[in-house]
Design a binder for this molecule. Structure first.
Ligand code: SF4
Length: 349
């Protein structure tokens, strides 16, 4: 059963760096205070009351957990220990930077109940990392992924396509290197220009050109498909529109409140376009969970087919896999897959 996540945002706490794109206060919406033991317990109680039978997972998002003073890391994790022992919470997840990971830290975190570490890798291209003010190398990120895996902890990799100096090819290379290093899942956050950041100054001075929404969707589509081909889940595409992030803070870049859906919808739209000829009348079957992706935001995929002269009806079929569409024409039904029947080239992005 999928756990319910009890989130704590520890906004920029513990991070001595200033990446050019980062305004953690904007992203997390928190005021920089860390939760007390009493606040941690009371929030867990609150979430438990709504979680029904689902297990709870506590997550410390936003900051660089392992760069916090050890005393503070201990104080944040201490109230969770009895709850882990009693089974009231199942696991703990943190996020951090690659250069604040080593075998001793991983062993200590594993002993404290941390089961997942999300690493802000962003890119595995040293030139992109340097231009983005990250302050660590690609080699450090790869070493951190291995170290976490060896410590028996699940490792999630956050990537940011569209950083200064990045290209679609280097984004794809970063994803492939992270897969080869053992990433268990991805979050893909295309770069956006936030008010008040160094990147906003570069953008205003004409020194940085962000990804547009269209190009970002095309690139994310390619990255998502490559991750799916390797069997690695992408659990999120695009920053969430809550926690203080809103249209006023975003000056430019690839952002949409439902970016993940936009990307998935495009994969299904491409599959229909490549499998159905103009003038045909078809019924497209998909898994019920994928219905809104296949129909598209504001029925955009249906309209796309109308514009091509295709009469398309969408229906559900629980025997299909998530990635499959069964397309029924007058004389036959053929099943296609967004994983194996779409062939994107990096030059299309
Ligand atoms: S490492 Fe993370 S928290 Fe620190 S400045 Fe960079 S993006 Fe912000």
């Amino acid at each position: 059963m999928k756990p319910v996540t009890v989130p704590f945002f520890i906004s920029h706490q513990g991070c001595p760096h200033t990446c050019v794109f980062c305004d953690q206060r904007t992203i997390s919406g928190a005021n920089g205070n860390l939760p007390t033991a009493a606040e941690i317990i009371s929030r867990i109680d609150l979430w438990r009351s709504t979680a029904a039978d689902r297990p709870l997972e506590v997550a410390f998002f936003g900051g660089t957990f392992t760069a916090l003073p050890e005393k503070i890391q201990f104080e944040l994790l201490a109230p969770l220990q009895p709850l882990l022992e009693s089974g009231d919470i199942k696991s703990v997840r943190i996020s951090t930077r690659p250069d604040y990971i080593d075998a001793a830290r991983v062993a200590w975190l594993a002993a404290k109940g941390i089961r997942t570490i999300e690493l802000g890798v962003q890119s595995l291209d040293d030139a992109v990392l340097a231009a983005s003010g990250r302050g660590h190398s690609a080699a450090e990120s790869l070493a951190a992924i291995s170290c976490i895996k060896e410590g028996g902890i699940t490792v999630g990799v956050q990537l940011m396509p569209g950083l200064p100096g990045d290209t679609p090819a280097s984004s794809l290379h970063s994803l492939q290197m992270a897969i080869a290093a053992g990433a268990d899942f991805f979050r893909i956050y295309p770069t956006i220009v936030l008010r008040g950041t160094e990147l906003a100054r570069h953008y205003a001075a004409g020194k940085f050109t962000p990804l547009t929404l269209d190009r970002g969707v095309s690139l994310c589509k390619l990255l998502l498909q490559r991750a799916m081909q390797s069997g690695i889940p992408v659990i999120r595409i695009g920053l969430q529109a809550d926690h203080g992030l809103n249209a006023e803070n975003i000056l430019a870049g690839c952002w949409h409140p439902a970016l993940g859906q936009l990307v998935r919808s495009q994969l299904y739209a491409d599959l229909v376009c490549r499998s159905v000829l103009p003038g045909q009348r078809v019924t497209v079957f998909c898994r019920p969970e994928r219905l809104s992706d296949v129909v598209g935001i504001k029925r955009g995929n249906l309209q796309k087919q109308i514009d091509r002269g295709v009469e398309m009806v969408v229906a559900t079929d629980t025997t299909l896999k998530n990635e499959e569409l069964a397309i029924k024409t007058e004389d036959k039904t053929v099943t296609y897959s967004i994983i194996s029947d779409l062939h994107y080239s990096i030059h299309e992005v």
